[in-house]
Design a protein around this ligand. Sequence first.
Ligand code: DAH
Length: 339
Amino acid sequence: MREKLEGIKADMQKKLEYIEDLSALEELRLRVLGKKGELTQLLKSLGALPPEERPAMGQLVNEARQAVEALLDQAKKSLRAKERDLQLRLEAIDVTMPGKHGAMGHKHPITIVTDELKNMFLGMGYEIAEGPDVETDYYNFEALNIPANHPAKDEQDTFYVENGFVLRTQTSSVQIRTMEKKKPPIKIIAPGRVYRSDQVDATHSPVFHQLEGLVVDRGVTLGDLKGALSAFARELFGETTQVRFRPHHFPFTEPSAEMDASCFFCGGKGCRVCKDSGWIELLGCGVVHPKVLSMSGISPDEYSGFAFGMGLDRIAMLRFGISDLRLMYENDVRFLRQF
Ligand code: DAH
C-alpha cells in the first residue's frame, strides 16, 4: 500500500511537469482524486483490510491525498500566473511605437485668400456680414438701383429660381440687407459665393466668389474710398504698390470706378501676369448712390458711404499663379496639395 501511494505521488509529480494548461490539470486531478480516481479506489479498498491495520493505512492514504492536493494546488497557481503573464504580454501597448499620422487636409486656395482678406479688413475695423445665396430680385437688383430692363437681369446671366428668387449674382445684395438692419456707422465686408449663367472656361465659372465692402457714416467721401482701398492694395500686394482709379459705371454707385494696382510681379514694368500692361484690375467701387441709401432707410442728406466689390477667384489665381479657373473647381487632390 505504501509503495502504491508513493507510486501515485511520483507519477503525479512527473506528469505535472508536462502539463501546460488548466484543463489538462483538471483531467489529471480527476484521474487521481475523482470518483474512480486511483487514490479514491485505494481508500475504498481499505475496507478489505483487517480492522487493526485500517487506522494506520487510512492515515497514510489521507496524508498522500493531502500531498497530492498540495501538488495540484501549486501547479494550478503557477499555471494561472503563466496564463496571466501571457495575456498581459498579448495585450501590452508599446508606448514607444511611432504614432499613425492621419493625412492632413489642405485649405483650398480660395479659402486661403478669403481668410487673408478677412483678416486684413478685420484689422482695419470692418465687421463681417452675411446674406443668403438664394436671394430675392429686390435685394439682388431692385434695391441696388438696377432697373427691371437692365441687361444683367437677362436669363442669360442670372439663374432664376422659383417664385421670383434668384441665385445672387453679386454680394452687393448684402449691402442692402446690412443697411436695413443696422444704422450707421456701418463698416462691413461680405465674402461669399455668387452665381452667373456663364459658360465654363479658363476665366469663367457659373459659381465664383466675391468680397463686398460697405462703409456708411456722416461725411464719408470719395477721398475716404481712395485712402481705404489703396491701403488695402498695399497690404495685399506690398508697401510699394501704386493704385489708379478708372471711371466706370455701376448702377448702385455714383461716381463709380474700377481700381487697378501696379503689378506685384513686375512692379509695373509689364510681364506675363499683368499682360504687359503693368497694372492688375483689382476691384469695382464707388460712392453709394443716394437712391440706394434712401431705399434702405438711410437718409442721404445725413449720411454717405462708399462700396467696393472684388472677385476672390481672380485674386487667388494671381496670388498662386494659377492659370485656369477650372482647376479650382475640379478639386483634384494633386492640385490642392500644393497650397
Ligand atoms: N457688384 C459688382 C459686380 O459684381 C462689383 C461692385 C462694384 C461692387 C462696385 C461694389 C461696387 O460694391 O461699389 O461686378
